[in-house]
Design a protein around this ligand. Structure first.
Ligand code: MN
Length: 479
């Protein structure tokens, strides 16, 4: 008994590194506490931390929580964090794990829902709970995604709001924009980054005195220890055999005109080299359609991809001309001169996410997974998500022509990924003599996607005119 207790204490004797005070202690509480920290690291995300069994169970919610029950937010499970971290607001030095600015965005209390204990619900991967925070209230669920448990480096969950008095029908992320300051200090991210303004009021700790310019040393403490343990375990249990070496790519049939019907989506046809990207434990291979290993030809892209979790992605490597349009001659020149630093990998399909084979999933779901996967995994401009139109194939093709693009690829939204030539992917090229439609380039006031990636090409407004989302370095407005 005494031994158990000492282990319990030893485990919870978290090293406090932001402050030398040493006096602060976590306040006992008979209600379970939660905090949400807005964290401007490699990618902006919101860390949801729920107190359970003396630690914070933690998830990095890539786009932040939404109040709209239709939004499913990717929540990447991260290691348990010590309770005193729940009062931290300040900076983590660049170069350290999670380097960047941390804001206390919300905090309060939570309760589990249903008859299962929270430990059982978490184990089962279906965890319902109610928040009583300053900003977030009501019922939510975390659902663990299938087969993610042992396959990849990360365990992915979806955070979903339940319908209740606090849910909304649209604009579920508005709460994030409307609350841009700290719940603990009232400061903006900029003020926190500068170490200026008011100190955060403590919530977790008694006698706490967190300075306005606090710095967290992520190389020490429980989270860092957990991280070390995990990465050793990953190396021991991972087998690259979980990921196929090469999946024969899906190919297009050729049509004179894009297929009609609203069960098709349309992507820009890229004039480059089709390349399958495979990442296993940070080791990247880039293979051609026929399976030739061309990794060495694209060292910068391989390097950029090495930070991604294990995956297989289908895409195309392109060079972009001065106007930002794909240029095949420029690609050949770059390869022959070995000047490959400006080439871009346009990712359009996700075939494996960790050990999970996604090929039987609907295309639109795979693309959503890919978008979230890249948003969470990399912010290197050499790897870009390919956006699509969801209607108006003919109009898309005409505008592609107007932009001097080669053509478009139309894909059936509900189709699985099938190797070889199929009738669920179709390419159509611009034909001489067709009639241009008027293209409205709504450049100035088109809302940027939340992730702000320079990836998509255009957006079909669905109301009769084609609106182009022209993005820096991709396609210039003047064409
Ligand atoms: Mn974080």
């Amino acid at each position: 008994m005494a031994d158990n207790l000492s282990k319990y204490r030893a485990k919870r004797d978290f090293k406090k590194t932001s402050e030398p005070s040493g006096e602060a202690q976590v306040k006992p509480s008979n209600r379970r506490r939660f905090v949400i920290q807005k964290h401007d690291a490699t990618r902006l995300h919101y860390d949801l931390r729920l107190e359970l069994d003396g630690v914070f169970k933690s998830w990095a919610v890539t786009k932040g929580p939404s109040l709209d029950p239709n939004d499913k937010r990717l929540a990447v499970e991260v290691e348990d964090h010590p309770l005193d971290y729940g009062d931290f607001e300040g900076t983590i030095p660049k170069g350290q794990y999670g380097g960047g600015t941390v804001m206390l965005w919300d905090r309060g209390y939570w309760e589990p829902e249903g008859r299962k204990s929270p430990e059982e619900a978490l184990k089962k991967g279906d965890f319902k709970f109610t928040l009583q925070g300053k900003r977030l209230h009501g019922s939510l669920v975390l659902v663990r995604m299938r087969n993610d448990r042992d396959g990849g480096k990360r365990t992915n969950w979806l955070l979903i709001k339940h319908h209740d008095d606090y849910s909304v029908e649209e604009n579920g992320a508005k709460i994030l924009e409307e609350n841009a300051t700290s719940v603990a200090s009232g400061r903006s991210m900029e003020q926190i980054a500068e170490g200026k303004g008011r100190k955060p009021r403590p919530f977790m700790m008694a006698n706490a005195d967190v300075e306005a310019d606090a710095v967290w040393d992520s190389k020490h403490g429980l989270a860092a220890d957990e991280r070390k343990k995990r990465s050793r375990k990953d190396i021991a249990t991972f087998t690259a055999a979980d990921l196929p070496d090469l999946i024969a790519p899906q190919l297009c049939e050729t049509l004179a005109r894009p297929p009609a019907g609203d069960d098709w989506l349309h992507e820009i046809k890229f004039d480059g080299y089709r390349i399958q990207m495979r990442v296993a434990q940070g080791k990247v291979t880039l293979k051609t359609r026929k399976g030739l290993d061309w990794t060495a030809k694209y060292p910068e892209i391989a390097d950029a991809a090495s930070e991604l979790p294990d995956c297989i992605i289908d895409g195309e490597i392109c060079a972009l001309d001065d106007n930002g349009a794909p240029d095949f001659a420029a690609l050949q020149a770059a390869l022959s001169e070995g000047k490959t630093g400006n080439l871009v990998y346009f990712a359009f399909d996700l075939l494996f996410d960790g050990g999970e084979d996604l090929r039987s999933m609907r295309l639109v779901e795979r693309k959503k997974r890919l978008e979230d996967f890249l948003a969470a995994g990399s912010d290197d401009p050499r790897i870009r998500y390919v956006d699509h139109f969801e209607s108006g194939g003919d109009a898309v093709l005409r505008s592609a022509c107007k932009l001097s693009l080669e053509g478009i690829v139309s894909k059936q939204m509900d189709a699985p990924y099938q190797s070889g030539r199929t009738d669920t992917w179709a390419k159509s090229r611009w034909a001489e003599g067709s009639i241009f439609i008027k293209v409205e380039a709504a450049l100035a006031n088109h809302p940027k996607p939340a992730s702000s990636r320079q990836s998509g090409y255009c957006h079909w407004s669905g109301t009769g005119s084609l609106r182009l989302r022209v993005l820096p370095n991709v396609i210039s407005a003047s064409r």
